[in-house]
Write a protein that binds this ligand. Structure first.
Ligand code: NAD
Length: 455
C-alpha cells in the first residue's frame, strides 16, 4: 500500500503514523457524496441530532487516551494541556446539543411568525473545514458539532502535521451515527489537498483556521460571491498594564499567556505595553515569572516547553531576532542559548518596523514598550494589522471600558487571561485576524442561511 503522509512524534523525531493521502478524485467524490447526503441529514429531527452529538461528547472522553496521545505526539503539547483541550472539546459537542433546542428555536428549520411571513434558517450546505496544527481537536470541536447541528455536511482537512486526532473524531462520529458522507476527512498537505478541497465548485462554505498568509491564498482560489467564508487567523496580541494595575498579578498572568502551548497559541500575549512609572517593576516581575513558569514546566514535564513543529519556523524566528538586534533592540531576558530551542525571551527598544514587533511570532517571546498617555498605549497595542486578542490590567472600570472599545480585538481579557473561558461567548477577530465568529449562542446559526417566506 502506498504511504504518502508521514507524521512525527515531535518530542523525539520518530515516525508516529503513516497515512495514504486522499487523492484528488477521492476529494471530488467526497464533496459530491456530501451534497447528495445533505438532503436527508438536513431533515433529521432535532432530537436525533442531539442524541448523536451527546454520544460523541461522551465517546470523546471514553477514547481520551488515544486522542491525548496523538495530540501530545504530533503537536508536541504537554499532556496536561492535551487533557484540558480534550475536556473542552467534549463540552463543545454537548453545548451544540443543548443549544439546538435550548434558547434558540429559530436556529434550524423552524418558523418564527412575523406579520405576514417568517424566516427559515436552512443549512449552508457542504463546508470545507481546514484546521491548524497547534490546537487540532479544539479548533475542530469549536466548529464541527455546530455545523452538523445546523444540518450541514463537513469535509475536514486537518494539518498534515497533526491529522490523527481528527481521524479518531471521524471514527467516533461514524460510530455514534453521523453518516460517513456527512463527515469525511481529507488527509494531505495544504498546497495540494487543501487547495483542491476549497476550490471545488460544490463547496458552499470554507471554514478556515490557520495563518493569514494561507487564508489569502485560499481567497485567491474561491469565488467570494457564491462561497461563504469564515476565517479565524493569527494574532499579535498586546497586554497593556496601566499605572493603577496590580503589577504582580499582571506579570504572573502575562507570563502564563505568553508561554501557553509554548507560545503557539493564536491568542498568546506577545507585546507588552506598560506605563512608564511602573516599567522597572514590570521588567523584574516579568523576568521572574517567566523563569518560574519554565521551572514549573521542567518539574511537570520532560521538556521545558512544547517545541515548534517545523525547522523553518525556528529559522524564521532566529532571523527576525537577528534583524531586531542589529536595528538596536535590547534583549532583557534570555532563558536558553540554544538556537534550536525556543524558550522565553524579552526584548525592548524595538523599531516598530521589525517583524519581531509587528508579526505573529508563535513563540514565547515578549516585546516591551512603555507609554505615558492612554492614547499612546492604544496606538502601540494596535500597531500592525492583526486584531485577535487584547489584555488590559487596571483597577478602573472607566479605563477598561474604554480599552475594550479602542483595542482591535475580538476577545478582550480585563485583569485576567485565557484560563477564564466561556464557550457560550463567541470567539473571532478583526482585520488580518479574520472575519469569522465561532461558539457563543449563535454557534449553530452561523452555519445556516436564512430564507424569508411571505404569504
Ligand atoms: P497554516 O496556515 O500553515 O495551516 C493551516 C491549515 O491550512 C493546515 O491544515 C494546512 O495544511 C492548510 N493549508 C496550508 N496551505 C493551504 C492552501 N494553500 N490551501 C488550503 N489549505 C492550506 O497554519 P498552522 O501553522 O497549521 O497553524 C498556525 C496558525 O493558525 C497561526 O497563525 C495561528 O494563530 C492560527 N490559529 C488561529 C486560531 C483562531 O481561532 N484564530 C486558532 C488556532 C490557530
Amino acid at each position: 500500500m502506498a504511504v504518502n503522509l508521514i507524521t512525527h512524534d515531535i518530542r523525539n523525531g520518530m515516525i508516529y503514523r503513516q497515512y495514504l493521502a486522499t487523492s484528488d478524485s477521492e476529494i471530488e467524490r467526497m464533496v459530491e457524496n456530501a451534497q447528495r447526503a445533505i438532503k436527508d441529514w438536513s431533515k433529521a429531527s432535532i432530537s436525533s441530532k442531539q442524541k448523536i452529538l451527546r454520544r460523541v461528547s461522551e465517546k470523546l472522553l471514553f477514547e481520551q487516551e488515544r486522542i491525548i496521545e496523538a495530540e501530545v505526539s504530533e503537536s508536541g503539547k504537554f499532556r496536561d494541556d492535551a487533557i484540558s483541550d480534550l475536556y473542552a472539546a467534549s463540552k463543545m459537542w454537548e453545548m451544540a446539543a443543548e443549544i439546538l433546542d435550548d434558547q434558540n428555536p429559530d436556529a434550524v428549520n423552524s418558523k418564527s411568525k412575523l406579520m405576514d411571513g417568517y424566516e427559515l434558517n436552512t443549512p449552508v450546505g457542504v463546508v470545507a473545514m481546514i484546521t491548524p496544527s497547534n490546537y487540532p481537536i479544539i479548533v475542530l470541536s469549536e466548529r464541527l458539532p455546530f455545523a452538523l447541528a445546523a444540518g450541514c455536511a463537513v469535509i475536514a482537512k486537518p494539518s498534515e502535521f497533526t491529522p490523527t486526532s481528527t481521524l479518531i473524531v471521524q471514527q467516533i462520529c461514524h460510530q455514534c451515527g453521523v453518516p460517513p458522507e456527512i463527515f469525511a476527512v481529507v488527509i494531505g498537505d495544504g498546497v495540494q489537498s487543501g487547495s483542491k478541497l476549497v476550490s471545488n465548485k460544490l463547496i458552499n462554505m470554507v471554514s478556515f483556521t490557520g495563518s493569514t498568509a494561507t487564508a489569502r491564498d485560499i481567497v485567491s482560489k474561491i469565488d467570494p460571491i457564491s462561497v461563504r467564508t469564515s476565517f479565524e487567523l493569527g494574532g499579535k496580541n498586546s497586554a497593556v498594564i496601566f499605572e493603577d494595575a496590580d503589577v504582580e498579578k499582571a506579570c504572573e498572568s502575562i507570563a502564563y499567556a505568553a508561554t501557553i502551548n509554548g507560545g503557539r497559541a493564536c491568542i498568546a500575549i506577545s507585546r507588552i505595553v506598560v506605563h512608564a512609572s511602573i516599567i522597572s517593576d514590570a521588567e523584574v516581575l516579568l523576568k521572574q515569572n517567566l523563569i518560574k513558569r519554565l521551572a514549573a514546566n521542567r518539574t511537570l514535564n520532560e521538556t521545558d516547553l512544547p517545541q515548534p513543529i517545523s525547522e523553518s519556523h525556528i529559522k524564521k524566528l532566529n532571523s527576525w531576532v537577528d534583524t531586531a538586534l542589529k536595528l538596536g533592540a535590547r534583549e532583557i531576558l534570555i532563558t536558553s542559548n540554544k538556537k534550536s530551542q525556543i524558550a522565553p525571551r524579552i526584548f525592548s527598544n524595538l523599531s516598530p518596523f521589525v517583524p519581531l514587533f509587528s508579526e505573529e511570532l508563535f513563540a514565547p517571546y515578549l516585546t516591551l514598550n512603555s507609554f505615558e498617555k492612554y492614547e499612546e498605549a492604544i496606538e502601540i497595542a494596535n500597531a500592525g494589522n492583526y486584531g485577535l486578542a487584547g489584555y488590559c490590567w487596571t483597577k478602573s472600570g472607566t479605563i477598561s471600558d474604554r480599552f475594550s472599545r479602542d483595542i482591535y480585538a475580538g476577545r478582550i481579557w480585563i485583569n485576567s487571561d485565557m484560563r477564564r473561558m466561556n464557550i457560550r461567548l463567541s470567539i473571532g477577530g478583526f482585520r488580518d485576524s479574520g472575519n469569522g465568529r465561532e461558539l457563543g449562542v449563535d454557534a449553530i446559526k452561523r452555519y445556516t442561511a436564512s430564507r424569508t417566506v411571505i404569504g
